[in-house]
Design a protein. Structure first.
Length: 428
């Protein structure tokens, strides 16, 4: 590691908690120190010390076109000269909301915010207002942002009241959040049998992307839809990560489901801070100023973010955009698993559209407990081996790998060749 990086890291740790502004960036999941990025182009990031890395983190998902895509850059450049943020309505907000409503049939209305966290926080507020109930049900291993109601883990025993997953979250707030295992339909039914009349909403990642990539088993999302309907609770599909990354529009909707509220962010903002909660008019019209649910934001719908998001969505909505990207993602995921196995390493993967996770476990996991059984020590070695080969994989065994349209077949091949060498040196 070059001197610049070393001294930057020292400076960073003096003025930023843990040296970073979001925990996973610190490399604590894999050991060592993060590099500092200077710029990104297409599938590459260039570090402050000049090293070029093939990037599979892609801003944790938003950059489905790669870094500094010309259309996105041009849209931002055009807008920045006209002003960034006005606090007065702009045409761009209407256009982005119309784009989302056009792409997802359960979406009549959209409220734009600045992050995925804001989107899920506000969606819960709407659900509590609609139902007049206090509790929410979530799933272990799903991440919905860092606000108090959702920084909660399961208490002891199935379908019990949650406990804080962070210092500073008051226990009475955590207790309102029930947590059950992902892909466990029986646990959902049991939670509703116990607390059904008090549950305002079920919030779920329709493809979980924050414990690696874990798909829903057949019937799981259907159970959520059925049970929420039966009990008069709302079902919130948190598609902050998966929306527009797995397919154009909603992941739940292409599976024939009808969530009440969908939360979006990441890809719809092209790397700018954006979030949205969206759904039927009867729910969204409860939001201030048309209704009693207060929610506001100085930067919400700011012109720069809208311009970037619209430019990206305009590219990815082309009918032939997703198929080749998904195929390249499959080639990479499958290729990694094959090469690991060739060297006697137990490995598996799950893929959803243009994201996947490689698991060091013979059977691909279907819930958080199984994800925790993957070999984290082996992942650390794999991560650092790949990094030394100039390939930046997620610095945690529990983050998904993001492939962009800028990753070429040659990039995928190069990645597989490097992985083969890394696996050859790992203990099988
Ligand atoms: C990233 C993420 C969030 C939080 O979004 P931020 O923009 O980081 O606040 C919420 N839900 C899911 C599913 C996410 O992947």
């Amino acid at each position: 590691m070059g001197g610049t990086t070393e001294s930057l890291w020292q400076r960073a740790t003096k003025v930023l908690p843990g040296g970073v502004n979001s925990p996973v960036r610190s490399f604590r999941g894999v050991g060592g120190q993060p590099f500092f990025v200077r710029e990104g182009h297409g599938p590459y990031v260039i570090a402050e010390d000049g090293t070029r890395y093939l990037d599979y983190v892609m801003g944790y998902g938003p950059l489905i076109l790669g870094h500094a895509h010309p259309r996105v850059v041009e849209a931002i450049r055009e807008q920045v000269g006209r002003g960034i943020s006005f606090g007065i309505p702009t045409r761009l907000e209407v256009e982005l909301a119309e784009e989302l409503a056009g792409a997802i049939s359960v979406v009549d209305m959209v409220r734009l915010v600045n992050s995925g966290t804001e989107a899920t926080m506000s969606a819960l507020r709407v659900a509590r207002a609609v139902t007049g109930r206090p509790r929410v049900l979530k799933f272990s291993g799903c991440y919905h942002g860092h606000h108090d109601s959702l920084l909660v883990k399961a208490g002891s025993g199935a379908a019990t009241m949650g406990v804080p997953d962070s210092a500073g979250v008051p226990e009475p707030i955590a207790a309102l959040t029930l947590t059950v295992p992902y892909n466990d339909s029986d646990a959902v039914r049991q939670a509703f049998r116990n607390y059904g009349k008090e549950i305002a909403a079920v919030i779920v990642e329709p493809v979980a992307g924050n414990m690696g990539t874990v798909p829903p088993v057949p019937g799981f999302l259907e159970t959520i839809e059925e049970v929420t309907k039966a009990y008069g609770a709302l079902w919130i599909s948190d598609e902050v990560m998966a929306g527009f990354r797995v397919n154009y529009g909603s992941v739940a909707e292409v599976r024939g489901l009808h969530p009440d509220i969908i939360t979006l962010a990441k890809v719809i903002g092209a790397g700018m801070p954006v979030g949205a909660y969206a759904g039927k008019r009867e729910y969204l019209s409860l939001v201030a100023p048309s209704g009693p649910v207060y929610q506001a934001g100085t930067f919400s719908g700011n012109a720069l973010a809208m311009a970037a998001g619209l430019a990206q969505l305009n590219v990815v909505k082309a009918p032939d955009f997703y198929a080749p990207l998904v195929e390249r993602t499959r080639l990479l995921a499958q290729g990694l698993v094959e090469r690991a196995k060739r060297h006697g390493i137990a490995a598996s993967y799950h893929q959803a559209g243009a994201m996947f996770a490689l698991f060091f476990r013979a059977q691909a996991p279907l819930n958080f407990d199984e994800v925790m059984e993957t070999d984290a020590a082996l992942y650390r070695q794999y991560f650092h081996g790949m990094l030394s080969a100039g390939i930046f994989m997620p610095p945690s065994p529990y983050e998904s790998v993001f492939v962009s349209a800028a990753h070429s077949d040659e990039d995928i091949e190069r990645t597989l060749v490097a992985a083969d060498r890394v696996f050859a040196r790992l203990p099988g």
